[in-house]
Design a protein around this ligand. Structure first.
Ligand code: BEZ
Length: 217
């Protein structure tokens, strides 16, 4: 069953991604079907035909294959009509040769923007902020980024965060600050005196102290 939008609702990490049906540039979308068996990175932009948004959405288009290779689908959103989306996608293609051929949700009634807490009234009551939702194949929200209207996002960090989420799932480990593929992971800290003594004696890990140790993954 679809959930009722509420301007005050803010999704949180660990929540089930709210399901919805929407019109997109790739046709009608039922989100739970789109999300089936794959990660989804969903991002909102304030408005079509605006400069910062054009740089961001073009960057997603250029890197679409990178996301697909990591079992990740893209979906954009703004509070614009489908006609505006189509004209913008065509304009960007004509002017720059970049084809934004991932689905972009036309959310004129703000239904999806409200479901995902993309409207931050202190910033704008009519335009979505620059949100990024990382949703895993089980439909769980795993990471949320919110950027204001006047600052574009960082594609490098979006991609680093996706790889980090997928890696931490695979190795069931935590990853330290600025972690990059190829670097060591955090070994969970000991929870008993016995485990602490084992950790102190361990010579295999890179150890700062018994509670801060790293291992190759
Ligand atoms: C932009 O994408 O350039 C933009 C959109 C809304 C407010 C400010 C900047």
């Amino acid at each position: 069953m679809e959930e009722t939008p509420n301007i005050n609702y803010m999704p949180r990490i660990g929540d089930k991604a709210p399901d919805f049906e929407a019109v997109t540039t790739a046709g009608q979308m039922k989100f739970s079907e789109y999300n089936k068996d794959s990660w989804v990175v969903m991002f909102s932009h304030p408005a079509d035909f605006t400069p910062v948004c054009t740089t961001e959405m073009s960057a997603f288009a250029v890197d679409k294959k990178w996301f697909e290779e990591r079992n990740t689908k893209l979906v954009g959103l703004s509070i614009d009509s489908i006609h505006s989306h189509l004209a913008w996608v065509n304009n960007v293609r004509e002017k720059t040769d970049v084809y934004m051929d991932f689905p972009i949700i036309a959310d004129l009634d703000m239904k999806v923007a409200q479901l995902y807490g993309m409207l931050h009234p202190g910033e704008s009551t009519t335009a979505a902020v620059r949100a990024v939702f990382f949703i895993d194949p089980a439909g769980t929200i795993r990471l949320i980024m919110y950027y204001p209207l006047n600052v574009g996002r960082n594609m490098d960090e979006i991609q680093r965060a996706l790889i980090a989420l997928q890696t931490s799932d695979e190795c069931k480990c935590a990853l330290p600050i600025n972690w990059r593929p190829g670097e060591k992971a955090i070994v969970p800290p000991p929870k008993t005196l016995e485990e602490m003594d084992e950790r102190i004696a361990n010579t295999e890990y890179e150890k700062i102290d018994f509670y801060l140790a790293k291992k190759s993954i």
